[in-house]
Write a protein that binds this ligand. Structure first.
Ligand code: FUB
Length: 664
């Protein structure tokens, strides 16, 4: 089944751009190949060992029962095409050996040839089999027998410019394949090799002859610019490095040139890799035990860019958490997978019981920073805002700069709420969604730098969002009610944060006390100027003059976009209605989520109590007069959890909507 891998949300637009690239299963020994303009990834598939351990299984060892294939055309979004081969489907293989180690796949003669190691039925060690398909994603049909002569793991096939295909495998051997791709060439050499006291017959050529080769395995051979490269993991001191050698001939002799990647800094003993050129850039695919830090037999595929020197030698690659690919700013940016950080920054699993949920970065003190490269802002529009998932104390401040801690400020955040807020995921520990309107929108692709401006905090991810066109800033001297009479122009005050966890509170007497509070009433006494600031207890709030693009005014979005509290809130609103004549016997028709009270020219005309959904014309006020000249219509809308909004219009005594007035 085709599945698109996603990090957090089930939205197909989510891009990955971080290591590891496969986020829902363990994946190791990655062989990447470019077929039909796409990258196909053929990793081995680590699993947890079955309990009880199958007979003959070594405890705490590699355990693989099948292969998946993945594809991507941008190295950030990966499609899992599902299982292409299972151990019980291999005619010559032991169906319970869990030994489906590092594979490869190549295209030749109109077919895809998938090479894989497996433990032979009733035999010793490993054989190498082939499964054949018409498409890279399969279905693959396994060949009845394994390749005669090959006793070993980690097959890799090099299709050389001399027209031949050569197979390399883990014992440091290589041999020419027949044109049928499933047998070794008839003239494949054989030699007797001594291992301790015992003598073995080995087929092919020892291509590691004279090279550092302690515990060498996982060869990956390729050709570039007239040179053949034999790249392979071996043990330099205690764990594996990736090294390489060059030759003018596919089967050598090869000359050792140096490291592609040094030992993993932590406890992952193996490394295993492949190298491709995709759209003009070279990439190294390798693995690390990211999701399984205490068990290096459960690994995950990573990718880095790789560069050649002019003389054909390869520059050493440093592993990063960021990996490759451009991260669309409008998708989740997992900043915990940063490229660079101040020394004190740490990372941890968001949920240690389920490591696949990913990481967070801990910025420990004022001045701590992380830099995350290659974020594409080209789709971010004016008046966009950022949402960060953080675990922080109240009043923690942090900023997102362009490029470095000294770069231009893109967004700045103050954590105003610690016990409530929008939890990004279902993990515990007071993860909050905090927002900031963007102060500056970078051009195109750039690096972002998150800086702790006061205290430390933990951050999981950041999203940049275009403000959906729920409303605009009001422009022009006045507007009209819409064709259905709904009023769109309002002065809306940023919400007062209240301690409300439930909407069943909103009885008439509760509303009378809360909304009748003189401090609240003072807020709607006069019509405010746009951007006027007011104090409410310790909160400084700003009035915004808006024109709603919908018949209802979406207060939740308003609060979110100004980085304010979204639940447990009271919104004061006012507007001015200019009439050319007296209009007696009209009624205000209102709907609100949740409860609200409405006032005309200072007089309370409607109370809507209880836990309400916003419904058009939910309640009618008493009959009132809209007088000639200026009228002030005000409201107080209160909500606990939920999406706050309201709508208002007037009807006359015949039930017709009233539209002959201006709104200022
Ligand atoms: O994944 C099992 C084995 O570990 C591979 O075949 C080796 O290359 C090493 O990565």
């Amino acid at each position: 089944m085709r599945r698109l891998l996603l990090i957090t949300a089930l939205l197909p637009t989510v891009l990955y751009a971080q290591n590891p690239v496969i986020r829902d299963i363990y994946s190791a020994d990655p062989t990447a190949r470019v077929f039909n303009g796409k990258v196909y990834l053929f990793p081995s598939h680590d699993i947890l060992q079955p309990d009880p351990l199958p007979q003959g299984q070594r405890p705490n060892w590699f355990c693989m029962e099948d292969y998946h294939v993945f594809s991507s055309d941008n190295l950030t979004e990966w499609t899992d095409h599902g299982v292409i081969l299972k151990q019980e489907d291999v005619p010559w293989g032991n169906p319970t050996a869990y030994s489906m180690w590092a594979p490869d796949c190549v295209y030749r003669n109109g077919k895809y040839y998938f090479y894989f190691p497996d433990a032979p039925k009733g035999g010793m060690g490993f054989g190498v089999g082939v499964a054949i398909a018409d498409k890279p994603e399969g279905p693959y049909t396994p060949v009845k027998e394994n390749i005669k002569g090959i006793n070993g793991i980690d097959p890799c096939v090099l299709q050389a410019s001399d027209g031949n295909a050569y197979i390399f495998w883990g014992a440091g051997r290589c041999a020419k394949l027949k044109e049928n791709m499933i047998e070794l060439a008839d003239d494949t050499p054989k030699e007797k090799v001594k291992w301790g006291e015992r003598e073995f017959e080995m087929v092919g050529v020892n291509c590691l002859q004279g090279l550092p080769n302690r515990q060498a395995e996982g060869p990956f051979a390729f050709e570039y610019n007239g040179n053949y490269y034999l790249t392979y993991p071996y043990v330099r001191t205690n764990t594996e490095v990736l090294g390489y050698a060059m030759s003018k001939n596919p089967m050598g002799p090869y000359e050792y040139k140096g490291l592609i990647m040094a030992e993993h800094a932590d406890s992952c003993w193996t490394n295993h890799h492949s190298i491709i050129n995709f759209k003009g850039q070279w990439y190294l695919f390798y693995h690390h035990n990211d999701f399984s830090p205490n068990d290096d037999k459960r690994r995950s595929v990573r990718i880095e860019k790789l560069y050649f020197n002019p003389d054909g030698t390869i520059q050493e690659v440093k592993p990063t958490m960021r990996g490759v690919g451009i991260n669309d700013a409008l998708s989740v940016v997992n900043v915990d997978r940063y490229n660079e950080a101040s020394k004190d920054v740490t990372t941890g699993f968001v949920d240690t019981a389920d490591t696949f949920k990913g990481w967070y970065a801990g910025l420990k003190q004022k001045g701590s920073y992380i830099i995350y490269k290659d974020v594409d802002f080209s789709k971010v529009k004016n008046r966009a805002y950022a949402i960060a998932a953080v675990r922080a104390n109240k009043n923690t401040k942090f900023t997102i700069h362009e490029k470095s801690p000294k770069g231009k400020v893109i967004a700045d955040f103050t954590v105003t709420v610690v016990t409530e807020g929008r939890f990004r995921r279902d993990y515990s520990g007071h993860w909050l969604a905090v927002t900031s309107t963007l102060k500056y929108i970078p051009n195109g692709v750039t690096d972002i730098c998150v800086v702790a401006d006061a205290d430390g905090f933990d951050i999981d991810n950041v999203e940049f969002k275009n403000r959906l066109d729920y409303y605009d800033n009001a422009t022009g001297e006045s507007s009209k009610p819409d064709a259905d009479g709904f009023i769109h122009r309002w002065n809306v005050l940023e919400p007062i944060g209240l301690d409300i966890n439930t909407n069943i509170l909103f009885t008439d007497s509760y509303l009378a006390t809360t909304m009748g509070d003189p401090k609240v009433q003072a807020l709607i006494k006069n019509v405010p100027a746009a951007n006027q600031k007011v104090k409410y207890d310790t909160q400084t709030l700003t009035w915004h003059k808006i024109e709603s693009n919908y018949y209802n005014v979406k207060l939740f979005r308003f609060a979110e976009q100004y980085g304010k509290k979204i639940y447990g809130v009271l919104f004061p609103v006012t507007t001015v209605i200019e009439c050319d004549e007296d209009m007696p016997n009209v009624r205000l028709m209102a709907g609100s989520n949740s409860a609200s009270k409405w006032y005309l020219n200072g007089e309370e005309i409607l109370t809507m109590s209880g836990d309400r959904r916003m419904v058009k014309d939910d309640c009618a006020s008493k009959a009132v007069t809209l007088k000639k000249g200026t009228n002030v219509l005000s409201g107080l809308i209160i909500n606990g959890p939920g999406m706050s909004d309201f709508c208002t219009r007037f009807i006359d005594q015949n039930g017709k909507t009233v539209k002959n007035f201006k709104v200022k």
